[in-house]
Design a protein around this ligand. Structure first.
Ligand code: OAD
Length: 246
């Protein structure tokens, strides 16, 4: 039996499957990853300046413009064969699949899995930097155009709705992710370097709870030691092979 056949058999019989995705999931849709040596965003840009509250406060216009470009990239991108294979598998097997993503794009949702658990927020959903100082709640309709837009009443700034370094993950999302990792029979990890916590810890949580762990990645990752099967290939190639019917 090949590894692909063995993983297909696991996925066909599992009662609960958790899928953890990272930037590699969307790479074949044209969205850059973070840590790939040549093409990764963090090989060209400094995360301290562009992905932290401190960096935003130091130069809001620069950070806003950088995210504006990335937002456009997300809007222009389409789900790839991997996103589609996951959503199709979930629809064929009601109640089995939980997708947990570190990605801030909406490609799982657009492929047909709106209930995707988002650990790192949503790049298309801006929010206010501060709680409204007047206690009234700044209204998005009061945002004055600008880079970034500011509240017409109090000057509060809009910021992208992603989780930056040093910030807590949304509590409901990390709770749902940990539950899914603990309860699954198979954890499928796709396209993550395993460098960022707590997401990277979900593989160990699942394995300790008795799940089979499968990693899909063309390169080595920091959590390969947790895997029962390492499938060396890309998301769009490998996921249809392990998930599609027939
Ligand atoms: P990374 O950029 O750290 O890792 C991307 C992984 O995807 C690498 O292991 C690549 O080998 C793999 N990869 C590349 N192309 C692939 C493909 N076509 N198919 C499958 N895998 C492929 O991205 P993440 O692990 O997601 O934080 O990074 C975690 C977090 O760090 C991100 O969510 C982001 C970043 O700072 C936030 O946005 C808050």
């Amino acid at each position: 039996m090949t590894d692909v056949e063995a993983v297909r058999a696991q996925l066909a019989q599992a009662r609960r499957v958790c899928v953890l995705t990272g930037a590699g999931m969307s790479a074949e849709s044209g969205i850059p990853t973070f840590r790939d040596a040549m093409s990764g965003l963090w090989s060209r840009f400094d995360p301290a300046q562009l992905a932290s509250e401190e960096g935003f406060r130091a130069d809001p216009a620069r950070v806003w413009a950088w995210y504006a470009e990335r937002k456009q990239g997300v809007r222009d991108a389409q789900p790839n064969a991997g996103h589609v294979a996951l959503a199709d598998y979930g629809r064929r097997r009601p109640g089995v699949l939980t997708i947990v993503t570190q990605n801030v794009d909406d490609l799982h949702q657009r492929a047909g899995w709106p209930q995707t658990v988002r650990l790192h927020g949503d790049i298309l959903a801006d929010r206010w930097l501060e709680a409204c100082p007047r206690g009234l709640g700044c209204a998005i309709t009061h945002a004055q155009p600008g880079e970034p837009p500011a509240c017409a009443d109090c000057g509060n700034l809009l910021r992208p709705g992603v989780v930056w370094f040093g910030e807590m993950l949304p509590e409901d999302a990390i709770d749902a992710a940990e539950r899914a990792a603990r309860d699954c029979d198979v954890l499928l990890v796709v396209g993550t370097s395993g460098a960022v916590w707590p997401a990277a810890g979900l593989a160990r949580v699942a394995r300790r709870a008795g799940a089979k762990v499968v990693i899909v990645n063309p390169q080595a990752s920091e959590i390969d030691g947790e895997a029962h099967w390492l499938l060396r290939g890309t998301a769009a190639e490998v996921l249809p092979r392990v998930l599609d019917e027939g």
